[in-house]
Design a protein around this ligand. Structure first.
Ligand code: FAD
Length: 384
């Protein structure tokens, strides 16, 4: 007798944090993004507001003011933010991963100083790994922390692509602890924006999200007490990669928002725009674009939810790589196709689609490029 196939796993119920993210994105972000973009002003009051709604301590423990949530409960929140601005979703992801790392691995002194400030959104956190000569090849980093006789460290080196450079209050910085090449000595340190010897360059001139400062950073013999060591030498690379897995998942979830909103904007427009006597929604060419967008959205959500469920298991990294490989590409394609449904109007800033195209392109590079996700996937196939 044939066995009955197991019913599909029901989708995880939507967590209320997704509704908080939705009302924040629609009420606070949507009306202001264009203004921030134009003036290049970082919206500190908006990140504080996000903090009051619980969006700044998503993964941190309730004992420190966090929400204590896991990835499956938060992917819908990142999608909601991404429906309005995927760069803001990326910023919320980075801050939350830094906050979780500090709350879970920080020394008592660091947790006392930064724990509640970060979970409340009063303070902002940044993640500093990339260097001018080491992007995808992260282990080629050269920033060096040298131990001192007093048990502390002195940090020197140059970093690049520091999101919230000069704006975040505290950064976690990935550095080597031995001058010889290699990655077995990598550690992670807590560095404050105002520590003597820390300087930031001017914001990069970027394609979109111009309100988000991204800069170089320089550490000139920065003195760090022993309490600033977050992850000890030898464990830094593994800890950084684990955080990046979740960052990849969050970026993919934000890109589901690009797809969902692109589909909604294009569908509504196709219904009301007439050409040759009838709505363009009646043209098969337009219907196919909408159908392809809908399939990409379904596939993207499935990949994101699967990765969220597998995070922290041996299959987690590859599952996150599949989501990060597929969804930003789908979002770039989807936003471009949705824009084409709107004809010339899709190219104007009256609609978000032109901005979405630039943000999907950003998502292809941030937290590991599309090509690096392919590398992670292929390596796991060949290992098997
Ligand atoms: C908006 C934004 C914000 C960012 N914020 C931060 C941040 O806050 N902190 C931080 O540390 N970093 C940050 N980054 C940096 C980001 O993580 C790096 O840009 C990314 O890791 C890629 O590095 P790269 O740009 O130097 O590209 P490179 O490594 O120079 O790669 C160039 C090209 O070669 C390809 N390539 C490289 N190696 C391989 C390979 N082995 N196989 C196939 N193709 C390959 C890449 O995919 C890419 O297409 C940010 C980036 C962006 C765009």
């Amino acid at each position: 007798m044939e066995s009955t196939p197991a019913p599909p796993t029901p989708p995880a119920a939507r967590h209320p944090i997704a509704d908080a993210a939705r009302s924040f994105a629609r009420g606070t972000l949507a009306p202001r993004i264009a203004g921030w973009e134009e003036t290049r002003r970082f919206p500190r009051e908006a990140t504080r507001h996000a903090g009051r709604l619980g969006l700044a301590g998503l993964f941190a423990p309730p004992s420190l003011g966090g929400r204590g949530l896991g990835a499956p409960e938060t992917v819908d929140a990142f999608e909601e933010l991404g429906r309005v601005d995927a760069a803001f979703a990326f910023l919320v992801s980075m801050h939350n991963l830094v906050t979780a790392a500090i709350c879970s691995a920080g020394s008592d002194a660091v947790i006392e100083r930064w724990g509640r400030a970060l979970t409340s959104g009063e303070a902002l956190g940044g993640f500093v790994l990339t260097e001018p000569q080491s992007g995808s090849d992260a282990v080629a980093l050269t920033t060096l922390a040298t131990p001192t006789a007093a048990g502390g460290w002195r940090l020197s080196g140059e970093k690049a692509w520091v999101s919230l450079g000069g704006e975040a209050d505290v950064f976690i910085v990935v550095a080597k602890t031995l001058p010889e090449p290699g990655h077995r000595d990598i550690a992670i340190f807590v560095v404050e924006r105002d520590d003597p010897g820390v300087t930031f360059g001017p914001p990069y001139d970027t394609m979109a999200a111009r309100w988000l400062p991204i800069t170089d950073a320089r550490f000139d013999d920065v003195a760090l007490g022993a309490e600033r060591l977050l992850v000890p030498p030898g464990q830094g690379l593994r800890a950084a990669l684990a955080a990046i897995d979740q960052a990849r998942l969050n970026v993919a979830a934000g890109c589901c928002g690009i797809l969902a909103e692109s589909l909604e904007v294009a569908t509504a427009y196709a219904r009301r725009r007439y050409a040759f006597g009838s709505p363009i929604a009646e043209l098969e060419a337009i219907q196919w674009k909408l159908a392809d967008l809908a399939t990409d959205l379904e596939a993207s959500r499935l990949l994101v939810r699967q990765a969220a469920g597998r995070l922290g298991t041996p299959d987690g990294s590859v599952a996150c790589a599949h989501a990060k490989r597929f969804v930003p590409d789908a979002a770039l394609r989807g936003a471009a196709e949705a824009s084409q449904v709107l004809g010339a109007y899709g190219w104007t800033n009256a609609y978000p689609l032109a901005r979405f195209i630039a943000l999907a392109r950003m998502a292809q590079s941030v937290d590991g490029t599309t090509e690096i996700q392919r590398l992670v996937i292929a390596r796991s196939l060949l290992r098997e």
